[in-house]
Design a protein. Structure first.
Length: 54
């Protein structure tokens, strides 16, 4: 697996998980907390994809 595809995979998986987290407390996917958690989990996914591909 190349580094580029690992980073993209981390981005997509992190964004997906980050979008589901606000549902735990009843928030919508496109609410402020949903967008913020998507951003945070996307950055974490990119970082994790980068670390795993090294």
């Amino acid at each position: 697996m190349s580094r580029k595809s690992a980073i993209w995979g981390g981005l997509f998986i992190g964004s997906f998980i980050g979008g589901l987290v606000p549902n735990l407390w009843g928030a919508d996917y496109f609410s402020f907390s949903g967008v913020v958690s998507q951003a945070v989990f996307s950055i974490l996914g990119i970082w994790l994809g980068f670390k795993l591909s090294a």
